[in-house]
Every structure is written in structure tokens, then in C-alpha cells.
Design a protein around this ligand. Structure first.
Ligand code: ADP
Ligand code: MG
Ligand code: MG
Length: 254
């Protein structure tokens, strides 16, 4: 079953074309990694999928579970199961992480026509999910993002994913300061939360991350396109050879 099908997608930011004909097909049960040099359009692609209003789609098609994703508002996309971790860069003093997650989770339930969980039921649910990410419960009573380390922010992202159980989880590893612990947290979360019914799109320039997550496909993106697709061994090849050889091969073909 196809979860995401992207055909010839083009998109602009500030009237500059960033995505230049991107093709990608993701089936249920698969983990895909997109790698590529800085500035190749990886984060732009994740924002286009999430429906970020600053990104203008100018051509092509994105189908999600058989429907046209591009027709949907960002909140509808989230409701239908497209997840891009909600990272709040702001610290919110006085609002605990527990409250924050409960509000986000209940908003998601409400949008899906389900009743909100009360504080007690949510507590039971979150305790179960904390086990998945091996997170200390004390984390929940701290204010949102107040003094969170890079690893704790990552754990929070995986916790959100465990709560919402999206059909397509998009993880864009934009942070430059991910240490080995944070990489392992992301990897454990992805490995545990991938089922035969959902899929993960992992955008990263950390080859090391793919030592812990075994992707089904590795794609190399450059200049707004996917130039090459391979299996997990491609990540190792990129680690030793870099990206230039792929860019050169494509320059002679194009
Ligand atoms: P990656 O995630 O692969 O490093 P990005 O998608 O962040 O790449 O950026 C792709 C290109 O788009 C870069 O050249 C970047 O400068 C440009 N870009 C990204 N966001 C904006 C923006 N808001 N305004 C103008 N240019 C942007
Ligand atoms: Mg970048
Ligand atoms: Mg990026």
C-alpha cells in the first residue's frame, strides 16, 4: 500500500525555485532516509509536505493515502496522519510539558471526532508512552523547553510521535548539535514506532544516524531533486565518498 507518492514536485520560497522536480514513493512499513548537501532543499521538502504557508507549490503532485495532500490545510494534513514534529523554540515558563502534550494530543483527538481524555486518563496513556522513549517521568513536570538539552528535545519529539501514531512521520534533523545520545534516541524511537501500517521519512545529514536506524531506502537529494536512490549501503558509501561523485554523474547525464 502506497502511503506517499510525490511526482515532479516543484516549489518556491520567496519566488525562488527550490524544489525542481522531486519524485518519491513511500509504501507502508518502509523507512526512507533523505540525505544530501546543505541547501539542497531537504527542509523545504518537509515543510511543503506539512503545508507550511511560506512555501509555494508551483507544479507536480503529492498523493497521501490515495488523496491529494496539496489540497489540504496544514491541520487537516496532521489530522489525516502526516506528522512533522512540533518543535517550539520558545520556552514557556509555567506551562508544564505534560499540559502542553495533553493539549496537543486532545486537539488531535477532537479533530478526529474523538472525545478529549481527562487528566487522569492522559496520565495513564503518557506513562505507557514514556516507556517507549525511556523518558524519566520528571521530565513531564518541567516547563516546556525550559533548559531542555538537545537530547531531551529529541525525546520529546519521539514522544509526540508515540502519542499521535502518524501514518507518515517526517523527522527533519535540522539541529547541528545532535550528540550521539540524541542520535540513539531518534533511532530507538523510529525503530520502535515503525509498524507495517506506517512509514517514516527521515531527513538527515548525519550518516551516523543510519548506523542505528536501518532504512529501507536511502535517497540523495541535491539541487531540489532526488538524484540517486539506494539501499542502506548507500549511506555507507556516502560516508566514505561524500556527495560530489553523484553531482558529477548527474551533471554529465543532464
Ligand atoms: P537543506 O535542508 O537541504 O539544507 P533547505 O531546504 O533548508 O535545504 O534550503 C534550500 C535552499 O532554499 C537554500 O538555498 C536556502 O537558502 C533556501 N531557502 C530556504 N528557506 C528560505 C527562505 N525562507 N527564503 C529564501 N530562501 C530560502
Ligand atoms: Mg540545512
Ligand atoms: Mg535542512
Amino acid at each position: 500500500e502506497t502511503i506517499l507518492s510525490v511526482r515532479n514536485l516543484t516549489a518556491n520560497v520567496d519566488n525562488t525555485q527550490i524544489l525542481k522536480g522531486l519524485n518519491l514513493e513511500i509504501k507502508a512499513g518502509e523507512v526512507h532516509a533523505i540525505m544530501g548537501p546543505n541547501g539542497s532543499g531537504k527542509s523545504t521538502f518537509s515543510k511543503v509536505l506539512a503545508g507550511h504557508p511560506a512555501y509555494e507549490v508551483t507544479g507536480g503532485e503529492v498523493m497521501f493515502q490515495g488523496g491529494n495532500l496539496l489540497e489540504l490545510e496544514p491541520d487537516e494534513r496532521a489530522r489525516k496522519g502526516v506528522f512533522l514534529a512540533f518543535q517550539y523554540p520558545l520556552e514557556i515558563p509555567g506551562v508544564t510539558n505534560l499540559d502542553f502534550l495533553r493539549v496537543a494530543y486532545n486537539a488531535h483527538r477532537k479533530q478526529n471526532g474523538l472525545e478529549e481524555l481527562d487528566a487522569f486518563d492522559f496520565q495513564d496513556l503518557i506513562e505507557e508512552k514514556l516507556e517507549v522513549v525511556k523518558m524519566n517521568p520528571a521530565f513531564l513536570t518541567r516547563s516546556v523547553n525550559e533548559g531542555f538539552s538537545g537530547g531531551e528535545k529529541k525525546r520529546n519529539e519521539i514522544l509526540q510521535m508515540a502519542l499521535l501514531q502518524p501514518s507518515l512521520a517526517i523527522l527533519d534533523e535540522t539541529d547541528s548539535g545532535l550528540d550521539i545520545d540524541a542520535l540513539k534516541i531518534v533511532a530507538d524511537g523510529v525503530n520502535q514506532l515503525t509498524t507495517p501500517d506506517n512509514a517514516v521519512l527521515l531527513i538527515t545529514h548525519y550518516q551516523r544516524l543510519l548506523n542505528y536506524i536501518v532504512p529501507d531506502y536511502v535517497h540523495v537529494m541535491a539541487n531540489g531533486r532526488i538524484l540517486m536512490t539506494g539501499g542502506k549501503e548507500l549511506a555507507l558509501e556516502l560516508e566514505s565518498r561524500g556527495y560530489d561523485w553523484i553531482l558529477e554523474e548527474n551533471a554529465t547525464v543532464g
